[in-house]
Write a protein that binds this ligand. Structure first.
Ligand SMILES: Nc1nc2c(ncn2[C@@H]2O[C@H](COP(=O)(O)OP(=O)(O)OP(=O)(O)O)[C@@H](O)[C@H]2O)c(=O)[nH]1
Ligand SMILES: [Mg+2]
Length: 449
């Protein structure tokens, strides 16, 4: 376990810049003592006399200026960090917040490092590692789905599952220990049977969690969509219509787009990465050809291809080429320019016109239906690569325990793998993580968090 530190740290908790308010946080044994030297409410009361968690209006005497601010005191252990913690809410000017921080430092506080408040919360047992990561995921979220997944982590949904598995392993290991003390054959037999049953049960649970990581990847990285089609079919117009921007240049000149253009898009709170490409056709143009190759290279690595065809025209050899290239991948054939024809002249999965919002919304629905693996808002989802790695390692150790048992290995040998599985699972909540790992995780957090 990490060493507890009790020097007092201070940092700006809101973004650096001018705004309505700024929040400065100070945490540590002397936080309230330092605040006493700098702040008093309108009746002259000092923070040490304030009721915990009650906001007080008063005056902060900084080095060089005074400022009317709000102050809240949280007494250890009932604070975010588990230490004495004081929050100052001042007017949102960079210099004001800076002056408040400098005054705290001149009275004994030190500047916090990135993630240090959260790291202290972890060290003081206020928050497990995966909950802290969930909190950061919420802060960095680009979609509602990411916020939901981060909140599930923060609320301990993933931790609960791993603790369940760890508890099962603790029970099992204690039974294995007992069988060491009483090495009668029938006890050993019963214990081995139990190991087999419980390890299989845990593996099943781990498998369920590991399987959700595909959805987790979709949530975290976004679902990738590749727009393909002959020149002038309306690919760039579709990118612009889906993202409601003018990101890509649109002209009636065939070969306008030569490189891939990537944009992020939210549909129903789910993040998508959409890629516009150069029109696929035979050309002598070196630059265009490079663009076409890039488009083709992406076909097998994206989640879905949107193959655009002009439904006001008959299918041509360029359409055929696009369809042949995407025959074995997930795709939607989109018949564009439906406004130009009374009846579509070629078959497609959906007919749209890039200027027609209704048809674009229908396409969005179809995209969601085709790509989103499950209702992203329900159930525990593994979104974090570190958690996935730990789950996979735990599973590997349990499988090894099972195969050793099958090969007639002794229980003390099997118990080594059970212990390793326990340790791997503990890395998720942090209860078996080393200092280096913990420090490197919190160092990625923002300053003041
Ligand atoms: N009538 C009609 N015209 C459209 C539609 N969508 C796009 N266009 C027009 O088709 C022409 C080509 O559009 P782009 O979006 O540049 O086509 P592209 O597929 O990106 O073309 P390249 O980049 O050259 O491969 C432009 O003049 C657009 O205004 C549509 O739904 N209906
Ligand atoms: Mg284009």
């Amino acid at each position: 376990m990490l060493k507890e530190t009790n020097n007092t740290i201070v940092a700006l908790s809101t973004p650096l810049g001018s705004g309505a308010i700024c929040v400065v946080r100070m945490s540590g044994e002397d936080a309230i003592k330092i605040a006493d030297k700098l702040f008093a409410n309108s009746k002259g009361k000092k923070p040490s006399e304030f009721v915990s968690r009650m906001m007080e209006l008063g005056e902060f005497k900084a080095d060089g200026f005074c400022e009317q601010i709000l102050c809240v005191v949280f007494r250890a252990p009932n604070s975010f960090t588990g230490e004495n913690l004081v929050e100052f809410q001042c007017h949102g000017g960079i210099r004001i917040a800076d002056g408040i921080i400098k005054s705290c430092i001149s009275h004994g506080a030190t500047m916090a490092t990135a993630g240090e408040f959260s790291k202290r919360a972890f060290i003081n047992g206020k928050m497990s590692l995966e909950k802290a990561e969930g909190m950061m995921d919420m802060i960095n979220a680009e979609s509602e789905a990411e916020i939901r997944a981060g909140y599930d982590l923060l609320k301990g949904k993933v931790g609960k599952e791993t603790i369940w598995a760890q508890n099962k392993l603790v029970d099992l290991l204690s039974e294995v220990e007992v069988s060491f003390d009483y090495p009668e054959e029938d006890i050993e037999y019963v214990t081995k049977e139990k190991v087999q049953k419980v390890a299989s049960e845990i593996i099943a649970k781990l498998n369920t969690l590991i399987e959700t990581s595909e959805v987790g990847k979709q949530i975290k990285d976004g679902i990738s969509l590749l727009i393909l089609g002959e020149p002038n079919v309306g690919k760039s117009s579709l990118l612009n219509a889906l993202t409601q921007t003018s990101r890509a240049i649109v002209t009636d000149i065939a070969g306008t787009t030569r490189d891939t253009i990537e944009e992020t898009l939210l549909i129903d709170g789910v993040k998508f990465k959409i890629i516009d490409t150069a029109g696929i056709h035979k050309t002598e143009d070196v630059v265009e050809n490079l663009g076409i190759e890039r488009a083709k290279d992406l076909i097998n690595s994206v989640d879905l291809c949107l193959c655009l065809v002009d439904c006001s025209k008959k299918r041509n050899e360029k359409d055929e080429e696009v369809l042949a290239l995407t025959n074995n991948v997930s795709r939607i054939v989109v018949g564009n320019k439906k406004d130009l024809a009374k009846e579509p002249k070629q078959v497609a999965d959906i007919y749209i016109s890039t200027a027609d919002e209704k048809s674009i919304n229908e396409l969005k629905k179809k995209i969601i239906k085709t790509t989103v693996k499950q209702n992203i808002s329900s159930g525990v989802v593994i979104t974090n690569a570190r958690h996935l790695d730990a789950l996979k390692r735990a599973k590997k150790h349990l499988e090894k325990a099972l195969s050793s048992l099958k090969d007639g290995a002794s229980l003390d040998l099997v118990s080594i793998d059970l212990n390793l599985a326990y340790s791997a699972l503990g890395e998720i909540t942090g209860n078996t993580s080393g200092e280096d790992i913990i420090s490197s995780i919190f160092a990625k957090f923002c300053l003041g968090k």
